[in-house]
Design a protein around this ligand. Structure first.
Ligand code: AMP
Ligand code: MN
Length: 270
């Protein structure tokens, strides 16, 4: 429902077909697909946990916080996500202006065609537009040349605070998880600050095995999970069959000696 290309039903079928036993759909800042995903999982005999991936600004960088097992009807969570999405349209207009300066016209409308709802417009949609128009061969190239820090279409944005995102998730009965920590360009001190502050707000998990980590990074964050006393999570970061390097349900299992996050969520599994 945010920047993936498949429907919740198509994702459920693909996950189940690849042997996934317990699944969570984690759209960016959006939970409008949760009831469809849960129903599709049930029809396939697959267990389900509610999911979301909230954009947060922490010491000037965008960090993603995954929420699992929350009540999708929780009013404060729904309102918080709506507020977070509010910044996306204005940011996208600025991104289009930046791209126009280097000769790429019509990027706002072009990106919008891939999403429909301007509240959910993300860099991924701009990337697809630049591939469609032949500016780049693939979306990774668009990110490298146009959409990352210092490049013409990059616009920093202030998302939710770490405290707000964690609080929305836990007050809705869920568990908060730091998504793909190796993707952030934090110094060791900054990363320590992230985990320490995250825990102080009630955050309890970290993604260890993810499509955004290398096998060496699985081990680094397995150590971090043990060091900070966090539950371990496993997520594909799958967006699309054409763009994602990791297929649903094909990552290695979590390393031994970690406590999987779903053990903390047994009562929330549908
Ligand atoms: P946004 O929320 O608009 O900043 O966009 C975030 C999306 O961009 C996520 O779906 C990421 O997977 C994707 N993304 C971020 N950096 C890159 C990159 N270097 N290459 C490919 N995709 C990326
Ligand atoms: Mn992410």
């Amino acid at each position: 429902m945010s920047d993936g290309t498949l429907t919740p039903e198509e994702l459920a079928a693909r996950a189940s077909g690849n042997g996934v036993a317990l699944w969570a759909l984690t759209d960016h800042d959006e939970i409008g697909g949760q009831s469809r995903a849960a129903a599709a999982a049930k029809a396939l005999g697959m267990q389900y946990l509610t999911g979301v991936e909230i954009s947060v600004t922490f010491i000037g960088q965008t960090v993603h916080i995954v929420g699992l097992g929350f009540d999708p009807d929780n009013a404060a969570l729904v309102a918080g996500l709506h507020q977070t999405r509010g910044g996306r349209e204005a940011r996208a207009q600025q991104m289009a202006q930046g791209l126009a300066k280097v000769g790429i016209q019509g990027a706002f409308d072009g990106a919008l065609k891939f999403v429909g709802n301007p509240e959910l417009i993300s860099r991924t949609h701009f990337a697809r537009f630049l591939v469609e128009t032949g500016v780049c061969k693939e979306t990774n190239e668009v990110f490298r040349k146009y959409l990352t820090e210092g490049k013409p279409g990059y616009v920093p944005h202030r998302w939710a605070s770490l405290k707000d995102a964690v609080t929305w998730i836990i007050n809705a009965g869920g568990v908060a998880v730091v998504a793909h920590p190796a993707r952030y360009k934090f110094t060791p001190n900054e990363e320590f600050a992230l985990f320490t502050e995250f825990r102080s707000h009630g955050g309890r998990g970290v993604e260890v095995v993810t499509g955004s980590h290398s096998p060496a990074e699985y081990l680094v964050y397995a150590d971090a999970a043990r060091e900070y006393g966090l539950f371990a999570s496993r997520g594909s970061d799958f967006h699309s069959p054409m763009e994602s390097h990791t297929e649903l349900g094909t990552l290695p299992f979590l390393p031994d000696n970690l406590t999987p996050v779903w053990t903390a969520l047994a009562a929330r599994i549908q």
